[in-house]
Design a protein around this ligand. Structure first.
Ligand SMILES: *[C@@H]1O[C@H](CO)[C@@H](O)[C@H](O)[C@H]1NC(C)=O
Ligand SMILES: *[C@@H]1O[C@H](CO)[C@@H](O)[C@H](O)[C@H]1NC(C)=O
Ligand SMILES: *[C@@H]1O[C@H](CO)[C@@H](O)[C@H](O)[C@H]1NC(C)=O
Ligand SMILES: *[C@@H]1O[C@H](CO)[C@@H](O)[C@H](O)[C@H]1NC(C)=O
Ligand SMILES: *[C@@H]1O[C@H](CO)[C@@H](O)[C@H](O)[C@H]1NC(C)=O
Ligand SMILES: *[C@@H]1O[C@H](CO)[C@@H](O)[C@H](O)[C@H]1NC(C)=O
Ligand SMILES: *[C@@H]1O[C@H](CO)[C@@H](O)[C@H](O)[C@H]1NC(C)=O
Ligand SMILES: *[C@@H]1O[C@H](CO)[C@@H](O)[C@H](O)[C@H]1NC(C)=O
Ligand SMILES: *[C@@H]1O[C@H](CO)[C@@H](O)[C@H](O)[C@H]1NC(C)=O
Ligand SMILES: *[C@@H]1O[C@H](CO)[C@@H](O)[C@H](O)[C@H]1NC(C)=O
Ligand SMILES: *[C@@H]1O[C@H](CO)[C@@H](O)[C@H](O)[C@H]1NC(C)=O
Ligand SMILES: [Cu+2]
Length: 591
């Protein structure tokens, strides 16, 4: 048999593809440099000279080597949000937990296997650096053996085919908020003033957006009744935010307002930067996007004027598809959507607005049908600039009721229960998640993976391998935002929630009295679950997971200033089956 050159090239390409499906190298260089974002220049963490970072694309089953070289004038680490790190707890990227932080001029090699499929993202996990722009998408193409949920949308063959093709061509959309100050400026001002800096300056879609300033009259007219209830006789600041001297929002602590910096709570200057344009082809019938919230502060409500969205995956896992018009994304959650391209061809506005009560903030992008001329009218919004329904028909995703596809069952009874109190701690900007507040300095202590007693014991819970664990997150005080609580390593079930104090000692006991507050039949499966807003009463939520991956993993709020302020807890999963750490990870923080 004789090989032609083209046959040889084909053979080479096949071998190369086979080889690259096994082991993927991805290396990034982090630098700290001035960039214009949202129309304003500030220092930003660049990933290979870009903000946001480049996407990492994998196929389920791939092994990844992810090298980080730190050229920033400060320590960094990189975490892979939602990646379970099964068997590789040393690659989770959390300083003081799984590694020492990477200092200037050093590199670190993360290595893990993509056992899961779907949408994730990598992001900074050292101090507040996620708010300095260190994040990028991760997409893991599902293997063919994973059943798709699309037949629940349509049973028609041509439709199914169009949805499969749309999924193959899916693209990530990074949604975020943005501040004009760096994370260290914000943290220093919080420590000096005693205040929780809960206002952003702009919202961004794929790193693009502008700052809009509403007039006093516009702001007063937009202020919602719920906001007015919290404001009393005060008004929103010129950046649409609650003022720093608002008692309900900041709690009853002493403050030094003279230590605030301009733009933290007020000081609006408009900018006019290009926004993102998504071009779609009506011939495709559907387009798929993977929405990723890399927001540091605000929940984000996302909608495409006049269009429906089928949400078909959440946090990197298929769900029974749900038809909605708007999604309120808690920080760090991901939603994959299929959008039917069945509207009059033209330009439609994509609207993203703050989903949090403390601030009115918005941005836009364009959803453009390829080859079409402009609509001869503005497109009709589903959602108002304050995050309310703009029509009687608008359907919001109900985040707590998404059903995994296929349904996965959780144990009916847990082996271990931890009731974790989430509250302020001695200052507006300090927080607890458990009995104590996790001091930010502890990030520089010996990693718990190597030394289980490196930090105070009231910041640690210890679980047994194989155990089913219930985490009851009890938000103790009223007037709290929704807290997106993220558990590192494997996913958890969101099994219940309620108002008031969780007065029982276990879910089993609570279920005997309030069964309707729980769902053990087809609960949502997540890596980040948000507590309900608590305007007037305390609230609680119950999360259940099985310990399958021994290691030191953080549980924390994904509102970055809350994590900085101590809303975090170390979980030593599987202390009875602790892993043997490879020497290269144990003894060195770099190579
Ligand atoms: C980032 O830059 C480095 C050094 O220039 C290069 O080797 C690497 O391939 C780049 N990574 C990506 C993801 O583009
Ligand atoms: C930076 O990281 C090194 C190595 O982990 C650590 O010794 C040092 O304390 C860190 N420095 C700061 C300022 O966090
Ligand atoms: C606003 O209300 C507070 C008490 O709720 C009161 O102390 C203060 O004087 C009021 N300020 C104005 C300007 O009315
Ligand atoms: C605020 O705290 C002070 C000191 O602890 C206390 O005297 C005061 O009653 C508190 N005020 C409110 C409104 O809770
Ligand atoms: C925010 O919404 C207002 C009112 O709809 C609009 O005029 C403004 O352009 C929007 N801002 C951005 C940055 O899109
Ligand atoms: C928003 O929804 C509520 C409740 O369904 C409805 O009463 C209201 O009319 C809607 N708002 C608009 C602007 O249609
Ligand atoms: C979501 O669904 C749950 C369960 O049906 C319900 O209790 C809750 O009120 C819904 N939430 C919203 C915001 O509609
Ligand atoms: C926080 O406040 C509590 C009770 O008021 C007090 O016992 C504790 O010492 C304070 N902790 C710190 C770190 O200030
Ligand atoms: C573990 O950390 C504790 C607390 O810092 C320290 O006393 C102990 O010496 C450390 N153990 C090892 C083996 O380094
Ligand atoms: C918090 O304190 C309670 C009561 O002392 C204790 O049972 C529980 O284990 C503590 N939790 C943590 C995380 O230390
Ligand atoms: C931990 O428990 C899981 C689930 O029972 C099991 O599959 C795994 O082998 C255990 N790991 C170790 C190291 O014992
Ligand atoms: Cu929080």
């Amino acid at each position: 048999m004789k090989f032609s050159i083209s046959n040889l090239i084909l053979l080479f390409v096949c071998l190369f593809q086979w080889a690259s499906a096994e082991l993927v190298y991805f290396s990034i260089v982090l630098t700290w440099a001035q960039r214009e974002v949202a129309g304003f220049t500030r220092d930003v963490i660049l990933v290979n000279n870009s903000y946001p970072g480049p996407p990492l694309k994998l196929v389920q089953g791939d092994e990844v080597i992810f090298d980080v070289r730190n050229e920033c004038p400060f320590n960094v680490t990189v975490h892979f949000h939602g990646i379970e790190q099964q068997g590789t707890p040393w690659s989770d990227g959390v300083p003081g937990m799984s590694q020492r932080s990477i200092y200037t001029g050093h590199s670190f090699r993360y290595q893990w296997t993509a056992h899961q499929y779907g949408t994730y993202f990598y992001h900074a996990h050292h101090r507040g650096q996620i708010e300095d722009g260190l994040y990028g998408p991760i997409y893991i193409e599902p293997s063919n053996s994973e059943e798709r949920p699309f037949s629940m949308i349509s049973s028609e063959e041509s439709q199914l085919q169009a949805m499969l093709v749309a999924e193959q061509n899916t693209s990530p959309v990074l949604l975020s908020d943005w501040r004009l100050l760096t994370s260290e400026q914000i943290w220093a001002a919080e420590e000096a003033s005693g205040l929780d800096a809960f206002c952003a300056n702009a919202l961004l879609i794929n790193g693009k957006g502008s700052v809009s300033c509403f007039s006093r009259e516009e702001l007063d007219a937009l202020t919602t009744p719920d906001q007015q209830a919290g404001l009393g006789n005060q008004s929103l600041t010129d950046i649409g935010c609650f003022p720093p001297n608002n008692a309900p929002a900041e709690g009853n602590y002493t403050h030094d307002y003279s230590k605030l910096l301009p733009t933290m709570f007020e000081g609006c200057t408009p900018s006019y930067s290009p926004h993102e344009i998504f071009t779609v082809d009506a011939n495709d019938q559907y387009v798929s996007f993977d929405l990723i919230s890399s927001s540091g502060l605000l929940h984000l409500i996302y909608s495409i004027d006049e269009h429906d969205m089928y949400v078909y995956a959440v946090d990197g896992r298929y769900i029974q598809p749900v038809l909605v018009n708007a999604i309120n994304l808690p920080n760090a959650n991901r939603y994959s959507i299929l959008v039917p391209l069945d509207k009059e061809p033209g330009d439609y506005t994509i609207r993203m607005v703050s989903g949090d009560q403390q601030q009115i903030l918005n941005t836009t992008a364009t959803f453009r049908y390829k080859g079409a001329s402009q609509l001869n009218r503005p497109s009709d919004p589903w959602v108002t600039v304050t995050g309310l329904n703009a029509t009687a028909e608008t359907v919001f995703l109900n985040d707590t009721t998404t059903i995994p596809f296929p349904v996965v069952s959780s144990a009916s009874v847990a082996d271990e229960t931890y009731i974790l109190h989430l509250d302020r701690y001695n200052a507006s900007y300090r927080w607890t998640l458990g009995n104590s507040s996790f001091n930010l300095q502890l990030e520089e202590s010996q990693p718990l993976l190597f030394n289980q007693t490196a930090i105070p014991s009231d910041l640690i819970i210890r679980t047994k391998n194989g155990s089913w664990v219930d985490l009851i997150i009890q938000v103790d005080s009223a007037f709290q935002p929704s807290h997106p609580i993220h558990k590192h390593s494997n996913k958890h079930f969101f099994i219940g929630q309620g108002t008031g104090e969780f007065t029982w000692s276990s879910v089993e006991e609570a279920m005997a009295e309030i069964p309707d507050s729980f769902n053990l039949v087809n609960p949502s499966l997540r890596d980040t679950s948000a507590t309900a807003l608590s305007s007037t009463d305390p609230v609680w939520m119950a999360l259940r997971y099985q310990v399958v991956n021994p290691g030191a993993f953080l549980l924390h709020c994904h509102i970055q200033i809350h994590q900085d302020g101590g809303m975090a807890l170390a979980i030593l999963d599987g202390v009875d089956a602790w892993p043997r750490i490879p020497d290269r990870y144990r003894f060195d923080s770099g190579f």
